[in-house]
Design a protein around this ligand. Sequence first.
Ligand code: SAM
Length: 174
Amino acid sequence: MKDVRVLRLGHRPERDQRVTTHVGLTARALGARGMYLAGRDAGIVAGIRDVVSRWGGDFFVEDGVPWKKCIREWKASGGVVVHLTMYGEPVQERVADIRENDRILVVVGAEKVPGEIYLLADYNIAVTNQPHSEVAGLAVFLDRLFEGRELAWEFPGARIRVVPSPRGKRCEEI
Ligand code: SAM
């Protein structure tokens, strides 16, 4: 089982709350183990932990993380750093190499990321070379990395789960 974590840079509490929450929820739903948030936002931490407590799994979220230290320590412990950016190399050409690693830190920005990231990262990876969103980039990257297997992964300890149905909304308490 790979240990994939997300580092979210550039979060501005006054305008990025919704997108940063979606970065965390998408990371969790698609197989990442946790999210480091460079910056403080207790509301985001509480919101994601609330989802974990109801919907299961052991996804973690940590705010106030010094991003350079996080990257340095990750690399020192043998992990690789993948920065998602529209300026990078096409995901479809590099994902097989990246998949050979067991510990992967995926870095996503909000607005403009510090230029140093491009040099600190082991891979600068683009999900198309068109501008779009960190949520979309992360989702496609994780799905390519896990080759779709994450779609069927389960979330142990859930108190609630969806009963998939062709119409309407069905959930059950566990
Ligand atoms: N204009 C900003 C810049 O030049 O750094 C990027 C803003 S974009 C809304 C926020 C984040 O989405 C980026 O930092 C990157 O992580 C991600 N992103 C946007 N387009 C992407 C793409 N084509 N491939 C991979 N990631 C992308």
